[in-house]
Design a protein around this ligand. Structure first.
Ligand SMILES: Cc1ncc(COP(=O)(O)O)c(C=O)c1O
Length: 376
């Protein structure tokens, strides 16, 4: 059997990793400012993480949600504490798309409605509802197409207000990333998120904060949406939550009352997934990683803004987009193959930095040095 060939691959095989570095099969060392797509939050092979997972695997790796799993309760408590949402409820799943899928479903169960507002540039995943609220017709299969999704221009308060005025009693949810990732590191304005909050309150719609990429401490606060000073009804998290172990969650406001059978999953919240997620939060807390993300991110943003050729630097903390002109379209490739630095990208010409939250200043300088050789 062959692999189903959907991924354009770099000709690199990673065989080992530590902190913010990875090594390929030829023992070439790389600086990882991509984190395997915002996934590596506490650094590769973090010792506490490895020990906690290994210990757990030696006890019990998996049992289903038909029995008590105290690790789930510990994770809910810890996540509530670190994220500041102590009165929320946690439902555990396995991926970002599944988290958004369940959040949209939960909203619809809650208010009995079908319509969802999503925004231009949004990416929420590839399963049926998640892809239906994603602004990329190329990846929406005919079976995913629905008239229930209303796309509005990002950060346009007038369009949002008008839509609620005309269809408010049909709108189940508004889903929005605090900072759009795939869309090119574009931040939702504070007043836009505040407007979403007030319109959702007025019309009994559900505000879903997709924090899959921008959340989990990456921007310096636990949720990027928190910068607006208003709370969402549901936060979806994945990526950094397990530092590579597939685990995702939805944090649900107290007003949602669960009933048995409402949501479910076989793998979600298994013992190993909880151990991984707990290890991540423990390291984040112990090593003050949100503060580090804020500090190193601010330093990078300040330094990147000094490059004349850079069109714009966007983002917060360690979620940074560097927009480059067309003639510098090769920079991402050259960073990887000439300077051995992994970065992400967003079309058409934005370099995305999504490193581990414990990136050091020396790593940041190493990147800036390589970058300066390519853009000067
Ligand atoms: C904002 C956002 N939401 C959802 C997803 C989907 O997550 P997953 O690939 O884990 O399904 C992604 C993935 O890139 C994302 O960036």
């Amino acid at each position: 059997m062959e692999l189903f060939d959907v991924y354009p691959l770099n000709d690199i095989t990673i065989v080992s990793a530590k902190g913010s570095n990875v090594w390929d099969a030829n023992n070439q060392k790389y600086l990882d400012l991509y984190g395997g797509h915002a996934v590596i939050s506490i650094g590769h092979t973090n010792p506490h993480y490895v020990t906690r997972l290994t210990d757990q695997l030696n006890k019990v790796g998996f049992y289903s949600n038909s029995v008590k799993i105290p690790l789930q309760v510990q994770l809910a408590e810890k996540l509530g504490e670190v994220s500041g949402k102590t009165d929320y409820q946690l439902f555990l799943v396995n991926s970002g798309a599944e988290a958004n899928e369940n959040a949209l479903k939960l909203a619809s169960f809650y208010n009995g409605r079908k319509k969802v507002i999503a925004f231009s540039g949004a990416f929420h995943g590839r399963t049926s509802l998640a892809v239906a609220v994603t602004d990329n017709p190329k990846i929406v299969a005919p079976i995913n197409q629905t008239k229930n999704v209303i796309f509005l221009p990002f950060n346009n308060e007038v369009a949002l207000e008008e839509t609620f005025k005309s269809q408010g009693d049909e709108i189940s949810a508004v889903i929005i990333e605090g900072i759009q990732g795939v869309g090119g590191i574009k931040e939702a304005s504070k007043s836009f998120l505040q407007k979403i909050r007030s319109l959702c309150d007025e019309y009994n719609a559900v505000y879903i904060a997709d924090s899959v990429q921008c959340g989990y401490g990456r921007t310096g606060l636990f949720y990027a949406h928190d910068y607006a000073g208003v709370e969402a009804d549901v936060y979806t998290t994945a990526k950094g939550m397990g530092n590579g172990f597939p685990v995702a969650g939805i944090s649900i406001a107290p007003k949602f009352k669960p009933w048995h059978g409402e949501l479910g999953t076989t793998f979600g919240g298994n013992h190993l997934a909880c151990a991984a997620a707990l290890a991540v939060l423990e390291v984040m807390e112990k090593d003050n990683l949100m503060q580090n993300a804020e500090e190193i991110g601010s330093y990078l943003i300040e330094e990147l803004n000094k490059f004349e050729q850079v069109i714009e630097v966007r983002g917060r903390g360690l979620m940074i987009g560097i927009e480059l002109p067309e003639e510098l379209a090769n920079v991402k490739k050259d960073l990887l193959f000439k300077h051995f630095v992994f970065t992400g990208e967003a079309k058409p010409n934005v370099i995305r930095l999504l490193p581990a939250l414990n990136l050091t200043k020396a790593h940041a300088e190493e990147f800036l040095d390589a970058f300066s050789k390519l853009v000067n």
